[in-house]
Design a protein around this ligand. Structure first.
Ligand code: N01
Length: 537
């Protein structure tokens, strides 16, 4: 009989969450093995290597804050770090935390089964490897296109296209050079917008295929000088407190006017929005007043301002018109970018409104819409993800009685979790960073809060010699109802997006994350610390 290696914990994925879990468990004396499908650490930042990939959370807070030494040992070069720099940072973190040895690369998970007899998880990998662990901790994120297929519009005859096509989440820079090429970009979310700006600089022509127009918040990206970096390091002592006290975990964006947008006259508002637009400080605009995310009428004042800026920027009125969003600002994930609308003034950029002229099929030469054939050398799918459900479905996770998690979730129609971190009938299964995690919050905050929560939970029950833990059905129901109620009340339910499954045709429309802010989320976590929600044996 072949020997099956057993660990206290197996972590899947070596992105921000996986690295943090690996560190906590290994420092706590647990045997932990982490399996990563890619050849490097980085997680989403490893896979999404598309042109222009950059983070829109300030680097000051897009960093681990649990270790002073780790924080102060790193220097960011700019306010908003590029994909390559985040990769360097995570490689630095793994080395500094001395956990590289725990990570097994180029190993993708295929399935995981809970064995009720020996109370261990059996995790299977695509290369035939099988391991066992008491705790199974997927850290694969919700926006994942590695443990599932990336989401692409179904375009008839794509196989006939003689050019190159790639999804941004599986980008290989070695294979695609946009210079001098005719490029089609499908999708105008955060990824599409960043890609379009870069492609417009070097492609012969960029055709933007847009389904829904977007608000884009302007940003400058100043370099960080040594004094600013020193100040960041010097302020470390208060960093965690500041992050935890901010509704989105980004304390550099305070509410600027602590009253309703409707309390200012239109002229006052206009002046204020103009000033903020000029300052171009990314997410700051949605914190201009304290009710922009709460009151539709207030939100509409900002929406109207942003639309006026699109009309002012884009010279061709017809194109400008096609680019105007109509829903509430930040009801879809806000986009932060520099110079997006300006690209439409370039001769080499054109816009296709897929609502008016949808795809018919792909041809040898490009993409055909109901209007015309667009000849292309490269098609870029910046069309997003089957968030939450995709990676869960294709990870084939079986709990008690061999029940598949995605079947229990009725393919997305009946998603249930407790705090997004555990599931009834799935003992010792503790995913971090996926379904029912906070939406609209700097992901590093909840990752650290929940990483610590998972570690403390394991530690607590282990100390008491407990073999199996899982939340009660009631705890799962209560949390899920809370998530759904808040989701329904929030702006996130007012327009189709990956927040609610509406980005994918036929996908059940369910809020996929926690729509309360970071403070509300932490309150819920606090309440759970008596562990009364758990059944154990
Ligand atoms: O994905 P998306 P993303 N036919 O789902 C369109 C994070 N992120 O990869 O709006 C035609 O947002 C779709 O259209 P519509 C961030 O959290 C962060 O861009 O659904 N079009 C949309 O335009 C972000 O929110 C950073 O109507 C179709 C686009 O494809 C998340 O990742 C950078 C279509 C998909 O947009 C996901 O962003 C990048 C179809 N059938 C990403 N299906 C930063 O930190 C979809 N689309 C800066």
């Amino acid at each position: 009989m072949t020997h099956v290696q057993e660990y206290d914990a197996v972590v899947i994925g070596a992105g921000f969450a996986g690295i943090y879990m690996t560190h906590l468990l290994s420092e706590g004396g647990y045997s932990v093995r982490t399996y990563e499908a890619g050849e490097s650490v980085g997680g989403t930042w490893y896979w999404n290597r598309y042109p222009g990939a950059r983070c829109d959370t300030p680097s000051e807070f897009y960093s681990y804050t649990f270790s002073e030494e780790l924080y102060k040992g790193w220097t960011w070069s700019s306010f908003y770090p590029k994909q390559e720099e985040i990769m360097d940072y995570l490689n630095y973190a793994v080395n500094k935390l001395n956990i590289r040895e725990n990570i097994h690369f180029n190993t993708a998970m295929k399935s995981a089964d809970y064995n009720e007899e020996n109370k261990r998880w059996e995790i299977h990998f695509t290369d035939g490897l099988k391991v066992q662990a008491k705790y199974f901790i997927p850290a694969i994120g919700g926006l994942n296109a590695i443990h599932t297929e990336p989401h692409r519009p179904k375009i008839k005859g794509l196989e006939n296209f003689k050019g190159v096509y790639q999804h941004t989440s599986r980008w290989s820079p070695e294979e695609v050079n946009l210079k001098g090429k005719r490029v089609g970009v499908i999708g105008t979310g955060s990824t599409g917008v960043q890609t379009i700006i870069e492609a417009a600089k070097e492609a012969e022509h960029v055709t933007v295929f847009q389904r829904t127009p977007q608000y884009v918040l302007p940003v400058k990206n100043p370099k960080l000088n040594s004094e600013q970096m020193k100040e960041m390091h010097d302020n470390f002592h208060s960093l965690d407190r500041r992050v935890l006290a901010h509704p989105t975990g980004m304390p550099s964006f305070p509410v600027l006017r602590n009253y309703s947008a409707l309390e200012n006259t239109p002229k006052e508002r206009q002046q204020f929005y103009e000033q903020l637009y000029e300052e171009a400080n990314g997410f700051q605009m949605i914190f201009a007043y304290n009710d922009l995310m709460l009151n539709e009428e207030s939100n509409e004042t900002l929406a109207e301002f942003l639309r006026s800026k699109i009309k002012e920027t884009v010279k061709d009125p017809e194109t400008a018109n096609e680019l105007l969003p109509t829903y509430l600002v930040a009801a879809k994930r806000p986009i932060v970018a520099k110079g997006y609308f300006e690209t439409f003034n370039q001769n080499n950029v054109s816009l296709v409104n897929l609502r008016k002229t949808p795809f018919v099929d792909a041809t040898e030469k490009g993409l055909r819409t109901t209007e015309t054939e667009h000849e292309l050398d490269i098609i870029i799918f910046a069309s997003g993800f089957d968030v939450g459900m995709g990676p869960i479905r294709d990870s084939n996770i079986r709990g008690r009685g061999g029940v598949l998690l995605h079947k229990k979730w009725e393919e997305g129609a009946n998603i249930k979790t407790y705090l997004g971190a555990c599931h009834n009938e799935f003992p010792n299964f503790l995913p971090i960073g996926g379904t029912h995690y906070p939406l609209g919050v700097n992901v590093i905050g909840p990752t650290q809060v929940m990483g610590k929560w998972i570690y403390d939970l394991i530690n607590h029950f282990d100390k008491h010699g407990i073999e199996e833990i899982e939340p009660t059905l009631e705890a799962e129901e209560t949390w899920t109802n809370h998530v759904n109620e808040i989701g329904e009340m929030s702006f996130y339910s007012t327009v189709d997006s990956w927040f609610n499954g509406g980005n994918i045709e036929g996908k059940p429309r369910r809020i996929l994350g926690y729509a309360g802010d970071f403070l509300m989320y932490q309150e819920q976590i606090e309440k759970s610390l008596d562990y009364k929600a758990f059944i154990h044996s």
